[in-house]
Ligand binder design. Structure first.
Ligand SMILES: CCCCC/C=C/C(=O)SCCNC(=O)CCNC(=O)[C@H](O)C(C)(C)COP(=O)(O)OP(=O)(O)OC[C@H]1O[C@@H](n2cnc3c(N)ncnc32)[C@H](O)[C@@H]1OP(=O)(O)O
Ligand SMILES: Cc1cc2nc3c(=O)[nH]c(=O)nc-3n(C[C@H](O)[C@H](O)[C@H](O)COP(=O)(O)OP(=O)(O)OC[C@H]3O[C@@H](n4cnc5c(N)ncnc54)[C@H](O)[C@@H]3O)c2cc1C
Length: 644
């Protein structure tokens, strides 16, 4: 029987790496303990033969695929429960661990929403008494839940949700009702056939007054028969682009009654007599979404790292064409165009992973502050979670597609796993806050910050440069720091341009809402640039910080990847760098400065036109010039992909 021999080209490439693979593995896992933990969980799962399909899932019916996914979900959850009981700790249930384990079964799990949103909502929005009643049951999957917020008629506009929860003081119950077809819950994962409970987000009415959207824990199916309870209409929404086994469903209520105590009451409450007790901020209801957005940044990095690994390995083993007659066909990895497609995917997976870790730390600190009643950081974290979720998911999805295309026809095979990874990352661009809407949320924050900057008010950390920007001495050195300053210059320029756009439209007679809409393309652009500056700066700073405690060989390679990321995005956004007119708050303009033609003659640099608009960008130009020069002409074997 043919033994699976590892391809010789791949073995040779792997033998060329110049750093310690285990050290990089520990770095990616967040330390040796993280690697041990991950390997322990993976080893628990990887040898379970029931998790490997005899028949490719694409040949199964929708029902068979679902049943297969349920079977795997049960196996995985049992293994995790064993881990929890063995270690008497819920570490295995940490969102990052949970997501990794569930994604080891190729299909999206029908219990993804249970672990990814239902449990976290109980953690984040249930009172202590409610956690006492529900949390253990949820963690042990004695109840299986989902998160039912989106309706047929509304996904983005939460304040427009139509499902009602009307308090009846005579019975101390809420009456849930779907008054229209558009009020039917639509999309919640696991709702089709799997969940018997859900978090329902509905407009709360008490004493004939509406208090806005609140969350309720609702049992929708009988615990014994699993049949829908009277007054509940529920089912599967049908086939989608991907996520075929997520079991997304619909849910309608016909005057369905739940006890008062099923309103999640950590933040706001309704007393027995119907009096409403307001929370510290009505945005705390949105807390679960912020958590998931923060997690999505790391998940985007993880999915992209899978695609980049497949593409890098394929590029090492695929030989194609004959640039030199009579010579062996080269590995496609030798083509600079192939490097240009694949290396940025590798660099971006590291950039998003480190940025995701930075954002998680910021979120954890916010959660601690919120527990102390301090909401100061909430607005900035909301803005960060929105733009980083949008940009990370979009970058991840488009680079997954780029990795697929870099593998030619074989990338189009289901067996490549690209279609599954693409389907999963495409979903993240839309769910948990649609791409454009999230960037407009961040823009809302940036417009406020800009107004404060003009007034010289000290701003929060990620926008502080907007005030100090024009005071910073232009960097005349050729360093990545100069490029990061350039990204700040671009972000300030775009924020100013959008703010001026709103002002222009208002001065031409539009009210604020219409002026905002007219300037919304510029607002989205400003958020993109603000976010790109954050990813570039965080990636570079994290690499500098960790390099001090790692071996030089690994530090060199990670530094190369961060330089590649910086120069790639300057080239991708070169138009913005040319256009940026650093008009600091003091209104002095930098002069146009002509620039010697590029030394490097590769198409990427010669395409890089000479004129630039500001001294800061001049320094940036010099940095790009040299960084890009290195990137274009460095042979691939110095860009170490041996670890792939
Ligand atoms: C394992 C994971 C699987 C995931 C599967 C998928 C699950 C899902 O998709 S669940 C459903 C997700 N749905 C969404 O994300 C809906 C997106 N829409 C919204 O979040 C909101 O509608 C909005 C933010 C777009 C607008 O909300 P609205 O109340 O209309 O707010 P305003 O724009 O008027 O701003 C008011 C004020 O509130 C601040 N704010 C809004 N959201 C948050 C938040 N989450 N946290 C903190 N603060 C928030 C906003 O910044 C405004 O502040 P000010 O500017 O100071 O007034
Ligand atoms: C795979 C998947 C799984 C999901 N799982 C769940 C789940 O488990 N639970 C749940 O509750 N929901 C879930 N959702 C729903 C998801 O949260 C919504 O689809 C998402 O919030 C977008 O809302 P929408 O679909 O109504 O799109 P819309 O908001 O209608 O967006 C449509 C278009 O309108 C634009 N638009 C909307 N508002 C504005 C605005 N103010 N300014 C400018 N442009 C605007 C958008 O940019 C977009 O281009 C899931 C969705 C998917 C795809």
């Amino acid at each position: 029987m043919a033994v699976n021999k590892v391809n010789e080209d791949l073995l040779r490439e792997r033998a060329r790496y110049t750093f310690n693979i285990e050290e990089l593995t520990n770095f990616i896992d967040g330390g040796e303990e993280g690697t041990r933990n991950r390997r322990e969980v993976e080893d628990m799962v990887i040898h379970v033969k029931e998790l490997h399909d005899e028949v490719p899932e694409d040949y199964l019916s929708h029902k068979e695929r679902y049943e297969n996914a349920v079977k795997k979900g049960c196996i995985l959850i049992d293994l995790l429960k064993e881990h929890v009981l063995r270690h008497s700790s819920f570490d295995a249930y940490k969102p990052s661990n949970m997501y990794r384990v569930l994604s080891m079964a190729k299909e999206v799990s029908p219990v993804l929403l249970h672990m990814g949103m239902f449990v976290p909502t109980i953690f984040g929005q249930a009172s202590a008494e409610q956690q006492e009643e529900w949390l253990h049951k949820a963690l042990m999957l004695e109840i299986i839940g989902t998160y039912a917020q989106t309706e047929l008629g509304h996904g983005t506009f939460l304040r427009g949700l139509e499902t009602t929860a009307t308090y009846d003081p005579s019975t101390e119950e809420f009456v849930l009702h779907s008054p229209t077809l558009t009020s039917y819950k639509w999309w919640p994962g696991g709702l089709g056939q799997t969940a018997n409970h859900c978090i329902v987000v509905a407009q709360l009415y008490s004493r004939e007054k509406c208090y806005g959207v609140h969350a309720f824990l609702v049992q929708i199916r009988d615990s014994e028969t699993h049949m829908p309870l009277p007054g509940i209409k529920v089912g599967d929404i049908g086939p989608k682009l991907g996520f075929q086994t997520a079991n997304n469903g619909f849910l309608g209520f016909d005057h369905f009654r739940i006890p008062r105590k099923n309103m999640l009451m950590r933040n706001a409450q309704v007393l027995k007599d119907g009096r409403y007790v307001k929370s510290k901020s009505d945005k705390l209801t949105y807390g679960t979404m912020m958590l998931v957005r923060v997690m999505i940044v790391s998940d985007a990095a993880y999915e992209l790292s899978r695609a980049a690994t497949i593409a890098a390995r394929y590029s090492a083993v695929r030989r194609q064409s004959m640039p030199r007659p009579g010579q062996p066909e080269p590995q496609i990895l030798d083509y600079v165009t192939q490097q240009h497609k694949v290396f940025i995917a590798i660099a971006t997976s590291h950039a998003l992973r480190l940025t995701g870790g930075w954002l998680w730390d910021a979120y954890s600190s916010l959660t601690h502050d919120l527990d102390q009643g301090n909401l100061d950081q909430l607005p900035e974290l909301h803005a960060l979670a929105c733009c980083l979720k949008a940009i990370s998911s979009r970058d991840s999805n488009s680079l997954v597609e780029q990795c697929r295309m870099s593998c030619g026809g074989h990338g189009y095979m289901s067996s490549s796993n690209f279609p599954t990874i693409y389907g999963a990352t495409a979903a993240t661009v839309t769910y948990e806050g649609e791409y454009t809407v999230m960037l407009l949320q961040t823009a809302r924050y940036l417009m406020k910050a800009w107004k404060e900057a003009l007034g010289g008010i000290v701003l929060t950390p990620t926008v502080a440069y907007m005030v100090t920007y024009n005071k910073a001495k232009p960097a005349w050195v050729n360093t990545p720091e100069a490029i990061i300053q350039g990204f700040h210059a671009v972000a300030v320029g775009k924020v100013k341009e959008a703010a001026d756009g709103i002002e222009y439209h208002q001065n031409s007679g539009k009210d604020y809402e219409d002026a905002w809409n007219a300037a919304s393309v510029m607002l989205v652009k400003a958020s993109e640039c603000y976010c790109r500056a954050i990813i570039c700066e965080t990636f570079w700073k994290e690499i500098q910080k960790h390099s001090r405690s790692m071996s030089r060989n690994l530090a060199v390679v990670l530094q190369q990847l961060s330089e590649l990321y910086l120069s790639y995005w300057v080239l991708e956004r070169s138009g913005d760098f040319f256009q940026v007119r650093t008009v600091p708050l003091t209104r002095t303009k930098f002069e146009f400065v002509s620039f010697a033609s590029p030394k490097c003659h590769c198409q990427m640099c010669t395409g890089f036109v000479a004129h630039i608009t500001s001294v800061v960008v001049l320094a940036v130009q010099v940095s790009i010039q040299n960084l890009t020069l290195t990137f274009c002409t460095r042979k691939r074997n110095e860009f170490d992909i041996g670890s792939c």
